[in-house]
Design a protein around this ligand. Sequence first.
Ligand code: APR
Length: 233
Amino acid sequence: MERLRNIVILTGAGVSAESGIDTFRSAGGLWEQHRVEDVATPEGFARDPDLVLGFYDMRRAAVQQAEPNEAHHALARLDAAWDGDILLVTQNIDDLHERAGVADVLHMHGEHLNAWCTACGTRSRWTGPLITRPPCPACGESALRPDVVWFGEMPYQMERIYAALADCDLFVSIGTSGAVYPAAGFVREAKANGALTLELNLEPSQGSHWFDETRLGPASELVPDWVSEMLGE
Ligand code: APR
């Protein structure tokens, strides 16, 4: 794979589905169980903080019971063996990529295992509940919220993502529906910069027509096969 040196990989909820973590938009998914406006907007948080804190407390506890699957492990293998640049951008707020061994994961939508103090701005590693209004470890104020990017808020590290998209030879999207921007626009950005584009997903996404190639199936099968291909195994 001479020509392909720099890779940007985007993952979504589908990569963690086989670890038992609900996706958002599939049948019975999170957005069928909860109203987005209530649990994933700053307005919803202002309206009913207990509802929102309880929602993320439940998910934070569930993530800590989950284990990385074959897709996470394969991406960690590629990350360790690939001699070009790899940027792994995830929309997921779980830590399964890190637990599989990827050191530098860019969480563009935040992280479950961080609490963000709205009084002093400090982000603290957090594994327990927030609904009990614990004090911020830095300033002592009871002003912690989940470190999650809600609808209407700006995703993290966008400059770093666009710089990598401008410089990549290959853009790969894994387990995402392509329903949410700006992530859903990355394929076009990469393509416009001359990169090859590949989608690995259980079913066609809303952006499938932008990809040079789409492979359909479970991530736990597609990703290890693709990684073996990339490593010439
Ligand atoms: N293997 C591969 N793909 C899968 C699997 C699997 N085992 N299971 C589901 N998928 C695919 C689905 O076909 C779907 O296209 O993963 C995608 C999941 O889509 P969504 O539930 O919409 O999740 P995602 O794309 O990550 O959502 C984007 O929306 O709600 C917000 O902030 C939230 O980060 C999230 C963003």
